[in-house]
Design a protein around this ligand. Structure first.
Ligand SMILES: Nc1ncnc2c1ncn2[C@@H]1O[C@H](COP(=O)(O)OP(=O)(O)OP(=O)(O)O)[C@@H](O)[C@H]1O
Ligand SMILES: [Mg+2]
Length: 398
């Protein structure tokens, strides 16, 4: 698939941008801070309904504006779909599909399948569990609205349950009807949390298992002399929630196990006033040889593992019969010559490859394509905004 048109209004540094893209490599060039990553981030938002850099929407809206909009026309095997999104600095977002309003923004998930490589990818190996949860949830979200629904319902129930846990201790000490009502409300939240948590966990395990063979193959191709790599899901509620490899993850079975675990941890949760078990506390073990890579793998090995997660993600989408849009945000500068070569080799077959670079020399030889210049304009009031260089597109053939 490829993005034919991209339209931005009040998105970060862009008051407006209208771009026509083609199924070919396209390189966005411009100095640091000129707004190149913002363009890719906007497309990534259409694919996943989240930014790869921040967890809330407010920073995406241009300073001084109340909402941003991002629109794209996506072509897949001759079929064209137009999506647009209004991102509000506060309050809920809206989405349109071929001009018709959607009931929920998540209905547009699946229209654009994209894999973004970014300098932050090293965090997939070295960062916190939340970085790895974000990675897996992005893969799950791109599979379509159903999975995203379970995730957002889970978050809502988790917030309500956690709020109750904060006050539960005091109510229980008071005893009487206060205590009874806390216990019966907690029972209700536990049942819902377990049900939704079972769905979220099963979807994550499934995507991780689908990804693993592609990840393993990519890693051994990038680092042929290294130890074998593997992936496994780590459930905070206990290893029994993750079924053996030959058993498909079943959301109801996981929900039953999670509910049981919630019962066992209730006293502790009330004492601490937080939700201690469930998918919001889970992690993915990225294993090298027989050790978890975090705190064990070398710098080079960590980069190879991070690349393998992204390359594996591309192969995962391909295995579903879809060619994803591949975006490389300034990654060449982070990689050594050998890993750069692998990345170039691998992405050469992409239908659409979108690259950003501040320094043209960072783009390896052999990567040709259309070049689009990004500039900034300084306003009299001291603000600045991004703009596209007037058809300053030149061919950068190799
Ligand atoms: N909400 C916002 N409103 C206005 N400007 C913003 C907003 N968010 C970010 N910016 C501006 O966008 C710029 C950063 O854009 P971006 O990250 O796309 O740069 P870049 O071209 O990728 O730079 P680099 O080469 O360093 O990666 C900064 O100058 C920042 O001030
Ligand atoms: Mg950037």
């Amino acid at each position: 698939m490829f993005v034919r048109e991209l339209h931005l209004r009040d998105y970060r540094s862009w008051p407006s941008a209208d771009l026509t893209l083609r199924p070919e490599p396209t390189i966005f060039t411009g100095r640091n801070g000129f707004g190149k990553t913002n363009l890719l981030e906007a497309l990534f938002y259409i694919a996943t309904l989240r930014s790869h850099r921040v967890s809330s929407d407010a920073p995406l809206v241009r300073s001084g504006a109340t909402s941003a909009s991002v629109g794209a026309t996506v072509e897949n095997a001759g079929r064209e779909l137009a999506v647009s999104l209004q991102i509000a600095a506060e309050g809920s977002n809206k989405a349109w599909l071929n001009g018709s309003p959607c009931r929920r923004p998540r209905e547009i998930l699946g229209v654009l399948r994209a894999v973004l490589f970014a300098p932050e990818d090293l965090l997939l190996i070295r960062g916190d569990p939340s970085d790895r949860r974000r990675f897996i949830d992005e893969l799950v979200a791109q599979r379509g609205p159903r999975w995203a629904a379970a995730r957002s319902d889970y978050d809502r129930v988790l917030r309500q349950r956690s709020a109750l846990l904060k006050t539960a201790g005091a109510a229980l000490r008071r005893g009487g009807s206060d205590a009874d009502s806390v216990i019966s409300t907690l029972d209700v939240w536990d049942a819902q949390l377990a049900d939704l948590g079972g769905q979220v966990t099963a979807a994550r395990i499934e995507v991780l298992r689908d990804l693993e063979p592609h990840f393993v193959a990519s890693y051994s191709s990038i680092a042929p002399h290294s130890r074998p790599a593997a992936l496994s899901y780590r459930a905070s509620a206990g290893p029994e929630l993750v079924p053996p490899r030959d058993v498909e993850p079943d959301s109801e079975t996981i929900a039953t196990q999670l509910l049981e675990r919630l019962g066992q941890t209730r006293t502790k949760e009330i004492e601490r006033g937080v939700s201690l078990v469930g998918p919001h506390r889970d992690d993915i073990d990225i294993v090298l040889g027989s050790e978890v890579a975090k705190g064990f793998a070398s710098h080079g090995e960590s980069w190879s593992l991070a690349l393998a997660l992204r390359l594996g993600s591309v192969e995962l989408v391909r295995s579903e019969g879809i060619e994803p849009v591949i975006m490389l945000d300034d990654v060449f500068a982070e990689l050594d010559a050998a890993r750069r070569r692998k990345l170039v080799e691998f992405t050469a077959g992409a239908e659409q490859l979108l690259i950003t670079a501040a320094v043209a020399e960072d783009i390896p030889e052999g990567v040709g394509g259309r070049r689009i210049g990004v500039n900034v304009v300084d306003e009299a009031d001291g603000t600045r905004h991004s703009e596209l260089m007037s058809e300053a597109t030149e061919s950068m053939d190799s």
